[in-house]
Design a binder for this molecule. Structure first.
Ligand code: PLP
Length: 245
């Protein structure tokens, strides 16, 4: 009963629209929409929005800054621990650039990490998982499509080596590849490249066939090129205020 009714109906509408879009694109390209994991990217939005989405059936939530995520994970857990028929807390996906000193913190709450782009991070995350005695973290290695180090990711030639480093650690479960389409580039071409890299990765690691690609603006193109995990913020929650710092 604590949900703000106006906000709740906004989220009902936007979630319905995003789900319909996924269903339509999948139908048009012969894919099964049930195989798509919709990750609601809730950065800059409050814990109560996560709870509302969870009550509407959203099981996967994405965040990109550790400090914000840590606070929100605790708040959501507290809200959903109240008596009554509440859904279980969602699975948290870490999407942002990772600083090595944050690995221990991320390992406390992350179900999956989508932005792993250095072997050192694999070591640190795996060590943290071992220390915490928790279940393995799912890992997507991030592919850089434009080679811009500011935006994270490894270039295609280095992806196999990084994937091997992840696969070598039982504390990490290699799921596949993640990419963000370069600004101003044609998303169809970008995601076609991601699909080729994914096919090669799957040849090496048969369990790593997932593709984390597609945001609010390029969801359709990503689905047409095999995305299995779509990361949707703006289209679900609204336009974000600019993040300072
Ligand atoms: C913010 C973010 C998203 C969601 O972007 P929208 O355009 O708001 O849908 C997806 N992936 C990553 C890595 C992000 O940082």
């Amino acid at each position: 009963m604590s949900d703000d009714d106006g906000r709740r109906s906004e989220l009902v509408t936007s979630l319905g629209a995003v789900r319909s879009r996924i269903a339509e694109v999948c139908a048009a390209c012969g894919r099964n929409a049930r195989e798509i994991t919709l990750i609601a990217v809730t950065k800059t939005y409050p814990a109560v929005d996560v709870v509302t989405l969870a009550r509407l059936g959203v099981r996967d939530v994405g965040e990109s800054r550790d400090q914000e995520a840590t606070a929100k994970v605790a708040e959501v857990a507290a809200l959903l621990a109240e008596p009554g028929e509440q859904p279980a807390p969602p699975d948290w996906h870490f999407l942002g650039q990772i600083q090595s000193r944050k690995c221990r913190s991320i390992a406390r709450y992350a179900h999956a990490v989508h932005s792993l782009d250095r072997a050192e991070l694999a070591t640190r995350l795996a060590d943290a998982v071992a220390e915490l005695g928790r279940s393995p973290i799912e890992v997507f290695v991030q592919l850089s499509l434009d080679g811009d180090p500011e935006r994270g990711g490894v270039v295609a030639d280095e992806l196999a080596t990084l994937a091997d480093a992840v696969a070598a650690r039982p504390e990490l479960a290699l799921r596949g590849v993640m990419a963000v389409a370069p600004l101003g580039a044609d998303p169809e071409a970008a995601f076609a490249e991601v699909q080729r890299v994914s096919a090669r990765l799957r040849g090496q690691h048969p369990g790593a066939g997932s593709i984390s690609a597609g945001m609010s603006a390029d969801l359709d193109a990503a689905l047409r090129h095999g995305a299995t995990h779509v990361r949707i913020g703006t289209a679900l929650l609204g336009r974000r205020a600019p993040v300072i710092g």
